[in-house]
Design a protein around this ligand. Structure first.
Ligand SMILES: C[S@@+](CC[C@H](N)C(=O)[O-])C[C@H]1O[C@@H](n2cnc3c(N)ncnc32)[C@H](O)[C@@H]1O
Length: 388
């Protein structure tokens, strides 16, 4: 593996750093508001609250160990919190930022202009990160980067925009498509077989009443299709018992979102992609928000660092591949009480980090797999503990 050279394929914009809030002679909150408006393209009056508060930002930046002239991939641009922090950490750093949501990329144009030649924004899926990096750096650096960061899940902009249909807290079309194209949540709910719906709620939502919810959907949709988030939330309230501190629709909505956006397969592909594009010594940082995602990251890193099932003394492997990652620290990082108080979303966040070794990527036939077969492997009623 060769060490990358540092030339960056830049977007050419002329709107530079000096056009920021400082140039307007603003101070204190007004300056922060104006700066925020410049970055996010939101009018100053509407910027008291940032559109998305980055989670575990300090910890992510620390784990990325930003060095002079380094190139990073922010594979989940969102509102650009991580990209901005990387670009501000060192004025020679460059960032290739990716998001599958065209709204996120469009809103990021202002930040791209603020860092001409240093931030490049691409609409795409992080599952394709290896191809995206190769294309961006085709001639310049052999397709290698110094760091990849993933902050998985949905942004506050997506959750809080009723028209995107991600949340049971806002009534809107039952959509949930990050890419704004493809199969929507409503199409799945109105057309999938009962068994498939039960599998989605069971595997992706770990919902105990998966089967009952699927049955109720199939009964109700025969009379009237589900159109809005409120339609589905109302049914969940009827079918799923209320638990303290959690809305009955929480796991059903999470499961559908994962299914609509194929999120777990995307995450797995992104980890494999990062393994391909990180130079020796390059850093991988992943922030997840629920146990299904964290399990995938944990298993991947354990296996790649020689501590996974392949390294088990019970199932010894003849010639295990050399570790492609070393764990920077084994312990997972979580938000402290102060961050949780400021940003409750950070409560469930888990950050894992690792450093790329010089070994080649694991073969594709590696033991690591995250395929979750729908309709095939879920134990049927009566056999599964807690079956509903
Ligand atoms: C939690 S937000 C990231 C927030 C960001 N770190 C910030 O500070 O503003 C997650 C973002 O990742 C994007 N995303 C989710 N899955 C993706 C995928 N497979 N490929 C590319 N982007 C994805 C979402 O559209 C969303 O904008």
């Amino acid at each position: 593996m060769k060490t990358p050279c540092r030339t960056f394929v830049s977007a050419n914009h002329s709107f530079g750093v000096n056009s920021g809030a400082a140039a307007f002679g603003l101070r204190g909150p007004a300056r922060r508001q104006r700066a925020h408006a410049l970055v996010h393209g939101v009018p100053a009056a509407a910027t008291d609250k940032p559109p998305h508060v980055p989670v575990l930002l300090k910890e992510a930046l620390q784990a990325l160990q930003v060095g002079r002239g380094e190139v990073f991939v922010d594979a989940t641009f969102g509102a650009g919190g991580y990209s901005r922090a990387l670009l501000e950490a060192d004025d020679t750093v460059r960032v290739l930022a990716v998001d599958r949501d065209p709204d996120a990329v469009a809103a990021g144009a202002a930040l791209e202009r603020r860092f001409p030649g240093r931030l490049r924004l691409v609409t795409g899926r992080f599952g394709d990160v290896a191809a995206i990096v190769r294309e961006a750096f085709a001639l310049e650096n052999n397709g290698y980067v110094d760091g990849v960061v993933l902050d998985i899940g949905v942004s506050s902009m997506q959750l809080d925009t009723a028209a995107r249909g991600f949340s049971f807290l806002h009534n809107g079309p039952l959509d949930m498509r990050m890419e704004q194209s493809g199969v929507s949540a409503a199409e799945i709910v109105n057309t999938a077989a009962e068994e498939t719906l039960a599998d989605i709620f069971h595997f992706y939502g770990e919902e105990k009443r998966a089967r009952a919810m699927a049955r109720a959907i199939v009964e109700d949709r025969a009379a009237k299709p589900f159109v809005t988030t409120a339609d589905l939330a109302a049914l969940a309230e009827r079918v799923i018992r209320r638990e303290p501190g959690i809305h009955p629709a929480t796991r059903v909505f999470q499961a559908l979102r994962i299914a609509v956006n194929n999120e777990l397969a995307q995450l797995s592909a992104a980890l494999h992609g990062a393994e391909e594009v990180l130079r020796p010594g390059g850093r991988l940082v992943v922030v997840t928000f629920h146990s299904l995602e964290d399990r995938i990251v944990k298993q991947f890193l354990l296996e790649r660092s020689g501590r996974g099932a392949a390294a088990s003394r019970h199932v010894p492997q003849a010639n295990p591949p050399a570790p492609s990652f070393e764990l920077i620290e084994r312990k997972v990082v979580t938000a402290d009480a102060a961050e949780v108080a400021l940003n409750p979303r950070s409560r469930s966040a888990k950050l894992r980090r690792a450093r790329r070794t010089s070994a080649p990527p694991f073969p594709v036939s590696s033991a690591f797999s995250v395929a979750i077969p729908l309709a095939a492997s879920r134990p049927r009623a009566g056999k599964r503990r807690g079956a509903s």
